[in-house]
Design a protein around this ligand. Sequence first.
Ligand SMILES: [Zn+2]
Length: 397
Amino acid sequence: MYKNIENYYDSFKETRIKERAFSYDLWLQLIDEWKNNPALTVSEIGNTYEGKPIHQVKFGTGPIHICAWSQMHGDEATATMALADIFLFLSKKGDNFTELREILHQKITLFVIPRLNADGAERWTRETALGIDMNRDARKLNSPEAKILHDWAHQINPTFSFNLHDQHRLYSVGNTPHQTHIALLSTTGDESGTWTDSRLRSGKLANRLTQIVEKIYPNKIAKWTDEYNTRAFGDYFQGQNFGLILLESGGAGWDLEKQSLRKTTACLLLDAFYAIATEEWKSEDLSTYESLLTNERNIFDIKLLNAPLRKNDTSIRADIGLNISEEYIDGKIAFMWTLEEIGDLDIYSGLIEIDASDYQLSDLQYLEKGKNYTSLKMTFDQQTVFDLTDYTNKINK
Ligand SMILES: [Zn+2]
């Protein structure tokens, strides 16, 4: 089913969303359209600390309850974009997916909070307006948004639930040179990691999703560590029998706005809903999922080996690791380069690796750890052989 949906993606992509930090005006417009969409039911289930409404979008009338929420962390919006695509898919008519939609409509009821931490989304911060990390608030429920999520899920009592996040784009699959594109976790609901019925449901579904992602991004899928965290919603909800899967969008090379991962997430979730509605997930085991390596931090965007550190003394050299960093300025994400590390970086990999043993600094006198760079050039035989702006120009192309 995944492939069929993916081939059809361009026809249900919400094309007005072009980037993760899309505007609040567009958000309000989308909410209005979903409200007027006969396939969906939109309701307000509460307010953020600053009084922004938190919306639930509902689809279907089936006995199997599924819930999903995105942007519990305000600056993690890849799945929110995917959910907007899914809402378009679910409301389309007269195409080859009428039967699929009918199955979903009859077998499942889908409850979605597309943007939980609306205050954080506006500031582009992980935390809520009170500075609370909602995913460490599952027990105390100090933030009003966590309380809303808690009560909402208990009312729905889902068979499956999807906790949708973005993770740092430079996580690697174990200690390999591969950038984690997608990470999954069938969370544990107790200290000893028992494979309860709830965890088995999510694990079997994760097994199906792992096989799909392996085909799209070979070697670029990982799992999160399944160490039990009592304060995290994923772990708490697994203990409540909610069949919880954590799905994280990681990095995708130069696609910093992660439109490729948005597409994968949209199609993956639709495939998961299909597998739940048809109960195909029951025929899975756990072997592929369990063979996944855990997320590690093993890569830099660019690793220059044996690079010059001083312009006036070319004998002073070391490896350097350059990473793209993001800053939220005036409603937009700006990208810049940070010199993350200088030294022996032999144990790490670079998405780009360059042997700079013969290079010299040309536009700078020296390199400094932790500093942001827009320009950084190196020469060999008076020719420019490395120019950081060449890479800046690749971003989202
Ligand atoms: Zn997160």
